[in-house]
Design a binder for this molecule. Sequence first.
Ligand code: ADP
Ligand code: MG
Length: 684
Amino acid sequence: MSTDLHTLPVRSVKGVSLAKAKELEELGIDSVARLLEYFPFRYEDYRIRDLADVKDGEKVTIEGKLYSEPSVQMYGRSKSRMTCKVFADPLMIQTVWFNRHFLKDRLRPGAQLLLTGKWDSRRLQLTVAECEFPGGSSSRSGTLQPVYSITGALAQRWMRKTIQQALVQFGALVAEALPKQLVDKYGFMPRKQAVYRIHHPDDVEEGKQARKRLVYEELFYFQLKLHAFRAIQRQKEDGVAHEFNNEDVRQFVRALPFKLTDSQKKVIAEILHDLKEPYCMNRLLQGDVGAGKTVVAAAALFATVKAGCQGALMVPTEILAEQHKRSLEKLFEPYGMTIGLLTGSLTDRQRRDVIASLHMGLIDVVVGTHALIQDDVLFRKLGLVVTDEQHRFGVNQRSILRRKGMNPDVLTMTATPIPRTLAITAFGDLDVSTLRELPKGRKPIKTYAVGHDKLERVIGFIRNEVSTGRQAYVICPLIEESEKLDVQNAIDVHAQMSHAFPEFRVGLLHGRMTAQEKDEVMRLFKENQVQVLVSTTVIEVGVDVPNATVMVIYDAVRFGLSQLHQLRGRVGRGEHQSHCILIADPKNETAKERMRVMTETNDGFEIARRDLELRGPGDFFGTKQSGLPEFKLADMMSDFEIMEMARDDAAELVAQPDFWTSAEMLPLREFLQREHILDGERLD
Ligand code: ADP
Ligand code: MG
């Protein structure tokens, strides 16, 4: 078992003195196991290459024969420049060595050498950085050499040598750490081999394979902790066991104007199951824009009300609150259920009415913005809280609302899987459901990026679409930190569009309008009494008008990729072919690249990932700031898919009764014991 190596002090490795052991400890290396698991963060390429393939200025390792006596020029006591000719078949090249005159005596003509350095193809000259005599002790050449992160007095060479030594002495004792079923499932190399290969891969691909296995392992253990903890939580009975009749929900679903996708059915079943259980549900529902999350929330709220409780649906904007209220009303009224609305723009009197009704239990489901979480809002019996577009809310707001009930079940919905989802899946005592498919019959949105000079053609395009009965959004340029200018812009664009389309009704929507005004415009647009809607980003999330098929976005370079994806998601919600036109004059490569991503993919997950890539890791996903767990090897961003694999596997494993009893799983249970998960303590 590898635990032996965990208790074995690093001094057991030959060549590690007491002083060195202290320095290793500074790096957190306090055992042989830790030393072996001190993985390189990159490799240096010492593979021998043919100079013919090397570009000017590149670093290269070559093999050659010394052709001339070295000639040395000294500059002062220690500085020197040494040159000698080397025959690197078929070229005779010049080599230059700085401050290496002490090697002079070993450089005899005819000697065979391995040289690493920078190649100057014009002068046929190599500036030597490292030299190796074949048969020497540390034979780097011909290999990829690991590069370790080191500090203080430790040298890279020493670290390489020491880890190599540890592998020689103890590598054979490295034990498998994953259940056989998982190693087999992915065809992973055995752990022993992976540990060896990550330090010394034969080629880059092998290094990647080894890394992937070890990353998986790290994330698997992490996820195992979360899921085992969650499994134990589930046995607690601290929530509401909603009692409703499944048949009632089935009937509700049958009455919907469309057939649910398989994904939706599966997710609804998961949620209904949780609602019935006495523990407290905490579930995240993720699904790309347009995947149909609302109806899932509706089914859950319906079941809650059937069980005699109240439900709350919290959304980030008033427009969305209105929209959800209206669609829930349509769905719930036939069953005699009442829907309330609570937003910041109600009059005092309206607000008092809603609050009183909620308290008395006269409202079954309340839809609202952050106005829902004020102190004086109390429920009679809050059973389920749904938060839509969760990424727009801080975590606190959610927990405040949660505390208003008797520990209600919680469902959070989001279309932006990164980085929020990452954060919560990583931390979360949270179950995740995913809508993996869009409703049938959707056609991928066609996206184009065009310059401002093409405005005439864009207008022509809108005219064509609207003439066939469709509708269009025009999103105005965004002016940061100035709502006033945003509004002015919207008014200007509205005037321009009204002028361009005398035959259509052109609507206007911006943040300075009153709730009633906004609501009226949205209603007209929804009823196709307005054909072209000029708007600021107030419609960014959630708005649902399936007949709209054109989304024009002015100054698209000013928006983030995920934001563009959200905006684009306002179209493509029905069976008609939809189009998104990004008006952009990219000013730099990044902007151009972003437009390219948008035109190439409709996949929200991919877009979120590219967004983070383009913004760079330091932006808002710095692990330190976000408080995300730090991994030795895994990277939350680039290894997200492996994280998902590990998550699903861990969940599946702890769900097997076998996991808690079988001898094969004992090492995993011992791990959980060591981590105090089995005591049911809280995760930190
Ligand atoms: P989002 O996941 O972005 O919140 P919505 O819930 O707003 O998506 O749904 C997008 C559109 O798809 C809505 O018009 C909705 O009525 C419709 N829709 C949802 N589920 C289905 C389905 N199974 N079949 C057809 N249309 C559906
Ligand atoms: Mg939505």
